[in-house]
Design a binder for this molecule. Structure first.
Ligand SMILES: [Zn+2]
Ligand SMILES: [Zn+2]
Ligand SMILES: [Zn+2]
Length: 381
């Protein structure tokens, strides 16, 4: 493919910002800036049977791969289209049975390696940025990340070496995994539940802002970048890499830890929305600053603890964790405080899982109001 770029946009390089994407014409709110097919993608294991592995369509009457009985497809065309990737796993899943458990990143990287071998030209996903050009930030990896990287490489060799001849050497794999960790995307459906992982090189070209002018949504395995603010020629086009619900300090920690930069956007400088996000309960005696900061600390720990607990605790134990933390935080935080909202959202998820509809509804009602007002405030600006 000849490199024709993306109409209305331009790649730029600058000493301060590195590279990024620039608008060269006007985009109205809601307008599609560009669409980018996935370079490689993988459906998450939990959604097997509900979505087609090839096009991600959600359907009732998908049919199974006759060999592994795990992958599901719309029709023979989807099955054929997926075979170059599915064949890496089909036989292995039968052979390993329940012991087949590579992580989603490992599965995605295996697909990228195979795709790179059969692709000789620039793909439609790389009109402005090649996958090979992804930043890896190898020098910024701490021990914990290095260990995870090693574990991923070991799993890739263990589960895939039979089906991918001469895997790249250790150094090349380390680089590829770090590139995918910094530039990979998770594909979500309209309800924001996780469908899979993918790489979209042109989408990865955009820099982050906590006050983004575009958002990324997905249609099947295609990413769509749409303007959520008016964009004028000469302005940089930025999306957000993270959940913007949280206050400045949390966002900056998250960006530094996962993407290795400290955000200098207008929202991080003005911190204009932090006060609303950190709403304190109206009490006759307002809490001391120290009480508030120790509660924030508690909230962050409990969120992290809950994230881990999801893998080994029972639903009723998880619900108890939510209730206890909400009671404790509720002494200081208002119901609209983001940490309260986070735990209520988790509690609602557990209730739904336990088919406790009344419980889910009561949390849902408390969440909906602040969430919708935060959406409104975005559009009003
Ligand atoms: Zn399909
Ligand atoms: Zn199969
Ligand atoms: Zn920021």
């Amino acid at each position: 493919m000849k490199n024709e770029g993306i109409e209305g946009t331009e790649r730029f390089e600058s000493p301060e910002k590195g590279r990024g994407l620039l608008a060269v014409r006007h985009f109205a709110v809601g307008e599609l800036v560009f669409a980018c097919p996935a370079y490689s993608y993988v459906l998450t294991v939990n959604e097997r049977g509900a979505h087609c592995e090839h096009c991600f369509t959600r359907k009732e009457d998908l049919f199974k791969c006759g060999k592994c009985k795990q992958a599901h497809y719309c029709n023979v065309d989807c099955q054929r289209g997926d075979w170059p990737m599915h064949k890496l796993e089909c036989v292995a899943m039968c052979a390993y049975g329940e012991n087949w458990c590579p992580s989603e990143t490992v599965r995605l990287v295996a697909r990228i390696i195979v795709k790179q071998r059969v692709t000789t030209e620039r793909t439609l996903s790389e009109r402005l940025l090649l996958l090979k050009e992804f930043e890896s930030h190898l020098d910024k990896m701490d021990n914990e990340k290095q260990e995870m990287n090693q574990a991923d490489i070991a799993a890739l060799r263990y589960f895939y070496s039979k089906h991918i001849s001469d895997l790249p050497d250790e150094q090349a794999l380390t680089e590829l995994f770090t590139q995918v960790n910094c530039n990979g995307f998770t594909i979500e459906d309209e309800e924001l539940s996780h469908l899979g992982s993918a790489v979209f090189p042109d989408v990865a070209l955009m820099n982050h802002s906590c006050d983004p002018n575009v958002i990324v949504t997905y249609k099947g395995t295609v990413a769509e970048v749409r303007a959520v603010q008016e964009i004028n020629p000469g302005e940089e086009i930025c999306d957000s890499y993270i959940d913007l619900l949280y206050p400045t300090e949390d966002r900056r920690e998250r960006l530094l830890d996962s993407y290795f930069f400290s955000c200098q956007c207008t929202e991080c400088t003005s911190r204009s929305k932090d006060k609303a996000k950190m709403e304190i309960r109206k009490l006759s005696a307002p809490p001391e600053a120290e009480e508030i900061s120790s509660m924030v600390c508690y909230a962050k720990n409990v969120i992290e603890e809950f994230r881990r607990a999801k893998h080994y605790k029972t639903p009723s134990e998880l619900l108890e964790m939510c209730e206890l933390s909400l009671e404790k935080m509720g002494a200081i935080f208002a119901d609209t405080n983001v940490y309260m909202l986070h735990m209520m959202y988790q509690a609602m998820g557990v209730c739904l899982y336990m088919q406790d509809w009344d419980g889910a509804m009561s949390y849902g009602e408390k969440i909906v109001q602040p969430y919708s007002s935060s959406v409104l405030s975005r559009c009003d600006e």
